[in-house]
Structure formats: C-alpha cells, structure tokens
Design a protein around this ligand. Sequence first.
Ligand SMILES: [Zn+2]
Ligand SMILES: [Zn+2]
Length: 367
Amino acid sequence: MASRDLYEILGVARRATQEDIKQAYRRLARENHPDVRRDDPHATERFKEINEAYQILSDPAKRSQYDRYGRVVGDAEPFGGGINPFDDLFDFFFGTRTATRADREAPERGADLRHGLEITLEEVASGTEKRLKVTRLETCPACFGTGAERGSGRERCPTCDGTGQMRHVQRTVLGTMTQIGPCPECRGEGTYIPRPCRQCRGAGQVEAEREVTVSVPAGIEDGMHLRLAGEGEAGVRGGGRGDLFVVIHVAPHPVFTRRRRDLFCETEISTTQAALGDEIPFKALDGEVTLTVPPGTQPGTTLTVRGRGLPDLRGARGHLHVTVKVAIPRNLTAEQRALLEEFARLRGEGRGGRRKPIIKKVKDLLQ
Ligand SMILES: [Zn+2]
Ligand SMILES: [Zn+2]
C-alpha cells in the first residue's frame, strides 16, 4: 500500500484537534462507505485507508509516533493499525452465525449454573440446610456493568457509523458480490467503549465467589435437582440472572439401602431368638426401634417396622424392612452340646446313623 500522508487522507491539517479529526473521519467514512458507493470499485480500498488513518490519528500515542517517525513503530505496515478490519469481516462472512444488531443490543439473561451437592441418608430423613460456594459472573461493581470507566460511556462506532453492519463488496468473475456482516470494530453493536473499565476490562462482569444457602427438603432422592432461581450468572444489558441447579447426590449408607421412601437392611439373630421369638432393640436411621421377632422366624424373613422409613417429598413416611439372618452357634461347650443333643432327641431328630467315632467325641468335649 502506498504510504500516503495520513492527514492528507483525512483532509485535515497537521495541527488538527482530535475533534477535527473525528468530524473529518465521520464525514469521509459516510461518503466513502462501500454501502453508499456500491458502483465504485475503489470505494472499499479508500474506506479501508480512511479507517486506518483514523485508527492512528485518533490515538494520541500513535499520532505522536506518526508525527515524529512518519510511521507507527513496531508495525510492519505503514498504517500499523494492527488488525485489518476486512480480515476480521472475512471470518464473520464464513462464520456459522451472523449476529444482527438487534441481537447484540438485546438484554441477555445470565447463564444457568449446575453444582453438585452430596448429602447423607440421615440428611434425607431430616432435611437439611447447606452452604455452597459458587463461582459465578457478577455485574462489575466498578462500572455497574456498563464496561466503561467511570465518567465515560459508549460512543457511536465510527467504523460503521453506528449501524453495526458493514458491507463487503467483492468483484468476482461472476460480477460484483455484496456481503453484509457485523462491523468488526464494534462487533455489530454500533457503539464502542473508548475507555474500558479497568476492573472488568470492558466486559461489564467479573468472576466472584459467592456463598449460597440451599434448603434441602426431607425425602429428596439421588439425582434430583433443586432450582435456585436467580442464583446463576448475572445477565448483561439489563438481562435477568440465570438460575442455579443444585444436583443432589445421596452418599451410600453403610447399613441402609433405599428404595423411594422405604429403607432396607439386614440383621443377625441367634437360633434361639429365631426359634423362641424376641423383642430386640434395633438402631433405625432416625433412632431406636423395637424389632419384634416372632417365634419360629426363618432365615431370610423380612420384618417390617411401619412408618420408620424415609419421608417422601410430600411428607408421607415409608417403612423399615429388616431381613433376618440366623447365626448358627459355633464352638459349643460340652453342656450346650449335651442340651442340643437332648433337644434333637426330643424332636425325634436323632443323630442315629451318623454317630461320631468315640475319639472325636472326646475331642469335642475338651473344647
Ligand atoms: Zn467494570
Ligand atoms: Zn461499528
């Protein structure tokens, strides 16, 4: 590109004020906008030149460099500016989505967040309150979400003259093609922030850790989620906050398993308790209960304690189901053995054909 004098391009004097430069630029950008000069094949080139000149002369640091050295130091191109707006536009044209200006200006609701929370089965029984630390986007406290440094604001984008759109005219073998895309300078918003907020770098939002109190109702089930309306990320341009979804995970319990509002577990009783029946104290999830073992209880029998399961979300309570294992006694004393043999004899369950050899019998007695 020919290194034409930047002041000449904008048609201003070397001593022109920033305001003069801005006004000259606006007028030229409007006049030479490829949108307006659709039939002029050089309009795009000229429009680009005007923009690049303005990028340098509107920036006091770059302008003084240009005044002293005739170029902006550190840039390979005479016009420096960094990003070529048309390279960017090219990306927009072939991108998957072309945002319209209306999209860009509309209030945007903050994103929803998901957060896992593990609770115990005891907490399911009683319900609980938990405090969760959530990292989320909050409205920047320094600029109140505007993204502009205090005392400044948004200004009309000079590149697209506030329209948020740019027309890219391309001459191809098939003729002139015009493509419309969002302005690369203001990303289609039509306005830009000349002095971005230092705290959020112009984003209007900052990440912050917040503590949220979650009320977990009794009876909640593994995998259920609680929706905390408005506890998600902050919205932009006046959009509402997103929601926080707390996904409940119920930790496995060492004793009890659960099916909906019913609890299941096992317990061991002795052969005599099984045979004679008993009332035994039993530690349920929510305190002690008395387990009634009827006489003649068989191994694998399930005893039900009504109303001592879990509540469901509507407050109805399930039952506790205890499956009985019967422990067969080992290492009998001589007296116990004699009694059991007597018992067997009385039941007619004689050990007739299977009497032990005498030597074994003595050994047993010595145990
Ligand atoms: Zn800010
Ligand atoms: Zn723009």
